[in-house]
Write a new protein. Structure first.
Length: 209
């Protein structure tokens, strides 16, 4: 009887474990956004500046590009580049926006981002590139409205004084060397125990005055 009870308990435990496992698999949600490109690959692309376009590139092949204005809707409605679509910075990673980038990729078109602040546009490009959207570029201009007219200025990114790729590689090798070389720890001698000597009691004088 004891063996039978033990077998029943094991069977019930196994069934409960399998149920928990099945529920966990069914309720598990994959992350909404996944990075397909590493930060090292993104940095290499930035150093080569293959993601930057100027206005002359658009004139050469207008059919191969789709302009995207990343400013807010209010600024976009005032004035924008011809045939540009509006996807504000806050909406770039919405499902509808990502579907639009996917559609352009299927059509073999390049999504060209521009905005009032080129630095903000570059940061958006970095995230999209890491997510695997290689059909995205940045138009190297700054676009601002003046009296409801679009003022476009060419924007040249300064060349970095530091080769960040080499710097990262050297930091990785330095980290490996530090991990392999373990510092020696000196053993400190144990402190000596000081035993206080017992005080001698003074002898009481005998006799009186």
């Amino acid at each position: 009887m004891k063996e039978l009870e033990k077998t029943k308990r094991i069977s019930i435990s196994a069934v409960i474990f399998l149920l928990v496992l099945v529920i966990a698999l069914l309720t598990y949600k994959k992350p909404k956004y996944t990075f397909l490109k590493s930060s090292h690959e993104t940095l290499q692309e930035m150093v080569q500046k293959n993601y930057l376009l100027d206005q002359q590139d658009l004139v050469k092949d207008t059919a191969g590009y789709a302009l995207i204005d990343t400013r807010d809707l209010y600024e976009f409605n005032k004035s924008h580049l011809l045939n540009a679509e509006n996807i504000p910075l806050k909406d770039v990673f919405e499902d509808s926006s990502l579907d639009y980038f996917e559609m352009l990729n299927r059509q073999q078109k390049t999504a060209v981002l521009y905005g009032s602040n080129p630095s903000e546009v570059v940061s958006i490009w970095m995230t999209l590139y890491q997510m695997g959207y290689e059909n995205v570029s940045v138009l190297s201009i700054s676009a601002t409205n003046e009296r409801n007219n679009l003022l476009v200025k060419d924007y040249t990114l300064e060349k970095a004084n530091v080769d960040y790729r080499k710097t990262l590689d050297s930091l990785r090798s330095l980290k490996t060397k530090i991990e392999t070389v373990k510092p020696k720890t000196e053993k400190k001698p144990a402190p000596k125990k000081v035993v206080p000597a017992p005080k001698k009691k003074k002898a009481v004088p005998e006799g009186g005055c």
